[in-house]
Every structure is written in C-alpha cells, then in structure tokens.
Design a protein around this ligand. Structure first.
Ligand code: FES
Length: 217
C-alpha cells in the first residue's frame, strides 16, 4: 500500500490516499474539534465548520473534507483558525438551550466538551441579528424518541444513522435558517413504508441532548 506523507502541527503523518485530513489527524492522535464528522460515512457532511485548519499556501479548509496530499503542511491551531472556529461555535449556540443541568446529556455532551477546547463560554451570543425569541416545541411524534429542536445542532448524524447506516430514513432535515430542524416520522418513513425499529442509535450518535428517550421530557 502506498502512503502519502504530510505534516500536521509539526508531526509527520502518513495516510492512505483519499484519507481526509481530520481522519489522518485523529489516527495520529492529534485532536481537531469536530461535531458532524462520522468516520464511517461515505461522504463528509461538513456542516459544523469546527474542524477548520490552515494549510500553508492554501489558507483555511475544513479538515473533514480536505484529502491529505503529499507535502501539505497543516496547522490546526493558528489565530485565524481560532477566530473562525469560535465564530462557528457561537453560531451553534445562537439557537441552543443552555440550561445544561436539565438536559439528559449533561456532562456527556460533545458541545460542552468542545466549548472548553475552542475557548467559548456556553452562553447565547448577542452579536447575531434576528435571533429567534421563541423556542420550537418538542416533537413527540415518535413514541420512542423525543426531539428537542432547541438542543439540536443540525450535525446530521442521526439522519445518517437512520438512513444510510440502518436503511430506515425516518429522520430528515426540514425548513430553512433558524427554523431548520430534524423531521421525525414514527410509523411511516419519508421515503415510504419503513417503521421505527426503536433501536435508539439516533439518540446514541446525537452529540447533544436533542434526541432523548420520552421519559426524559
Ligand atoms: S467536522 Fe468538519 S465541518 Fe463538521
């Protein structure tokens, strides 16, 4: 097998052709913040924008979408990376309940963990215009899973798990802008026919407390 060699944060990293920079960094024990990356997925989602890195001579790229190339010199911690990462993180907080103590994923939440890494306080940012003033209600359509739009970061992991991984397609994105949310179907799939097997894997892969057992309401 032929390997490609590049440098990440001063460490020489070898990876198979086609490997994404984020995966190569993970394999080398280098942490790059990420919330929507699924190593098993065929295509990266690229939605959270937390995995920005700086490539010498090319500028900022998302590490989950950029393939390793021979000789690339990559930095995951530069002032420019920190700035865009913090902005991306604040955008995730712009529509997010921050009453962590009442959340079933408290202390087991990826958003909480990454806040410290990107050095952003867990509070609602005030710099964005047109923040919604009301929270969308819980979706209790599915008897096995409750969805809280106010805790969802729209990483798409649950959609991937239900659709691509388990072939059920009971979850999908709906609406636009701040109203974008996950649409659930309990008995009939969006593509028709399938039913929720109550496997719980959507709740497991969710990095926050957006998908929760009904008992947590
Ligand atoms: S992990 Fe790269 S954009 Fe989310």
């Amino acid at each position: 097998m032929e390997f490609i060699e590049c440098t990440i944060d001063g460490t020489a990293v070898r990876a198979e052709p086609g490997t994404k920079v984020l995966k190569a960094a993970m394999d080398a024990g280098i942490y790059i913040p990420n919330l929507c990356y699924i190593p098993e997925a065929e295509l990266p989602f690229g939605g959270c924008r937390l995995c920005y890195v700086e490539v010498e001579g090319r500028g900022l790229v998302t590490a989950c979408t950029q393939e390793v190339r021979a000789g690339l010199v990559i930095h995951s911690e530069t002032p420019q990376v920190a700035r865009v990462r913090q902005t991306a993180f604040r955008l995730l907080l712009a529509y997010h309940h921050l009453d962590c103590r009442t959340c079933w994923k408290n202390k087991n939440c990826e958003l909480q963990k990454i806040a410290g890494k990107v050095k952003v306080k867990l509070k609602r940012p005030s710099e964005f215009r047109a923040l919604p003033t009301e929270w969308e209600p819980l979706d209790t359509t599915n008897p096995f899973v409750t969805y809280d739009p106010g805790r969802c970061i729209l990483c798409g992991k649950c959609v991937w798990m239900c659709g691509e991984k388990n072939g059920e397609s009971l979850l999908d994105f709906a609406f636009r802008g701040f109203r974008t949310r996950i649409r659930m179907s309990a008995a009939t799939s969006i593509s028709g026919g399938d039913t929720c097997a109550s496997c719980g894997q959507c709740m497991e892969i969710c990095p926050t407390g957006a998908l929760q057992p009904p008992s947590q309401r």
